[in-house]
Design a binder for this molecule. Structure first.
Ligand code: PA5
Length: 460
């Protein structure tokens, strides 16, 4: 089982304008300090996303619930948004058979279909509600704060459907939320709904290894123990303060240096695997919401993460990556052994345009194209690195997710920002509350009223 990072193409030895050996050597001390500050946060219990990967009690909550719920449900629907949804979507795409929800029950091994409603578009929600058998559906309402407007709105609508159908809803819901805070806890008690914990020191986008991701994954039959074991293995690898041996440290420092000293303000995340395409969206949220911040000194920091997919985006965004502004790094994710492979037959030996493909396989083509694109980018002075997974399975995915979470946490320390808050999303929320008439929004209403009104000179 291996997970490696090859960052040759980030360095000046391979790429014009890359990171020099002296810069790299000098950053070891900055990393050591960042590592120490993060370790303090973890050791004092302020930040808990690493601890949860070995928390047997927390795991037991999900496993016990999943066991008791088995066979009762044909469909499981997650209601949540942001960090309460993206991890589950990434796990579903990576670790369940492609097209899972369209498979028959036998092909799913008797496990339920798994849906994630991570938006409040009524068209999507109404369509799903129309398709589901309410009695055979489990709704997992996930919200760390227990009060997110989008998730609570979904819950109210779904809950009312049970009343309208004359069904007692309690057994068809599970809540995943903070042990104390927010509206979901008291609601769980009032409604008699089972509630599972998100530890207070684990925030949304770092919560995939808590019941937020583990409960839906366990219900769908994903090997959650292997996921956590892979994450725990990565946590151990990242205990060292020796930068060269700490994979998350290497990732964080490479991106931070590329951004702050080389103008690489965009971080493209490009797996060469359909199974990992939604992992890119999960990473985008993690990197953006954690590191895109105003610092205390009034400066603004953060790399803009951008999702891409190989080989598909070779026929789309790669043109921009090659010849557009030289402001990007590219993170490729490659897979050594794929679950399936298909060989190209040797038909049409006289047609030069296809004959050369004979005898090669699709997995080989994916690998070759990744290396070719990485090499081409390097040739044009565009830095890139490759994370290689031995295979896409629960163990490697757990390792990769923890690597990226830790890199984000180190990134916060390197940039000098709090990676675990998101004050920038507050004002928009307050304005929305004001328009919806939520009590306590008087100040937001006042501020909203001072905004310029739509001006017909600037409308068409
Ligand atoms: O990462 C985060 O903290 C956010 O993206 C949250 O996950 C998102 O806002 C949803 O919040 P909650 O889980 O409190 O409903």
């Amino acid at each position: 089982m291996t997970l490696t990072i090859d960052y040759t193409n980030m360095m000046a030895t391979a790429v014009t304008g890359g990171i020099s050996e002296s810069e790299w050597a000098a950053s070891a001390a900055a990393f050591e300090a960042a590592h120490a500050r993060f370790r303090e946060l973890a050791a004092s219990g302020v930040v808990g996303f690493v601890d949860v990967v070995t928390d047997e009690k927390l795991l037991a909550q999900s496993l016990a619930f999943a066991e008791s719920a088995q066979e009762k449900f044909d469909d499981v629907v997650v209601l949540g948004i942001g960090g309460s949804a993206l991890g589950t979507i990434a796990l579903r795409t990576a670790l369940l058979k492609p097209g899972w929800n369209a498979l028959g029950a036998a092909e799913r091994g008797g496990r339920p279909r798994l849906h994630v409603l991570d938006n409040v578009d009524p068209v999507t929600i109404a369509a799903l509600l129309d398709r589901l058998d309410l009695a055979r559906t489990l709704w997992i309402v996930i919200s760390k704060s227990g009060g997110t407007a989008e998730t609570m709105s979904q819950f109210l609508i779904v809950h009312a459907r049970y009343g309208a159908a004359g069904l007692a809803p309690a057994g068809n819901f599970a809540f995943v939320t903070d042990p104390e805070q927010g509206a979901l806890r008291p609601l769980a008690r009032t409604l008699g709904v089972r509630a599972l914990d998100i530890p207070p020191n684990v925030g949304g986008r770092f919560s995939v290894m808590t019941p937020v991701g583990i409960l839906p994954a366990a219900l769908a039959g994903i090997d959650v123990r292997a996921l956590l074991a892979g994450a725990a293995d990565m946590a151990r690898r990242c205990e060292t303060t020796d930068l060269r041996r700490n994979p998350a440290g290497v990732y964080a420092v490479l991106q931070w240096l590329s951004d702050t000293a080389h103008g690489k303000t965009i971080n493209v995340f490009m797996p060469y695997s359909d199974q990992l395409r939604d992992l890119a969206d999960w990473f985008v949220q993690l990197w953006a919401e954690s590191l895109g911040k105003a610092r205390r000194d009034g400066s603004f920091v953060g790399q803009t993460p951008l999702a891409a997919l190989g080989a598909t985006d070779q026929h789309s965004q790669v043109q921009l990556f090659m010849e557009g502004p030289a402001n990007k790094t590219v993170t490729f994710v490659g897979v050594r052994d794929r679950d399936a492979d298909l060989a190209m037959p040797g038909a049409f030996p006289d047609v030069t345009g296809v004959a050369y493909l004979a005898g090669h396989s699709l997995a080989e083509l994916m690998g070759v194209e990744l290396r070719a694109t990485a090499g081409a980018l390097a040739r044009r002075g565009r830095p890139n690195l490759t994370i290689e997974l031995e295979r896409v399975d629960a163990w490697h995915l757990g390792g990769l997710m923890l690597l990226l979470e830790l890199a984000t946490a180190y990134g916060g320390q390197l940039y000098g920002v709090d990676a675990f808050d998101q004050p920038g999303v507050e004002l928009g929320k307050q304005f929305a509350y004001a328009m919806l008439g939520r009590p306590g929004s008087e100040a937001a209403i006042k501020e909203w009223k001072t905004l310029p009104k739509p001006d017909e000179r600037w409308q068409v």
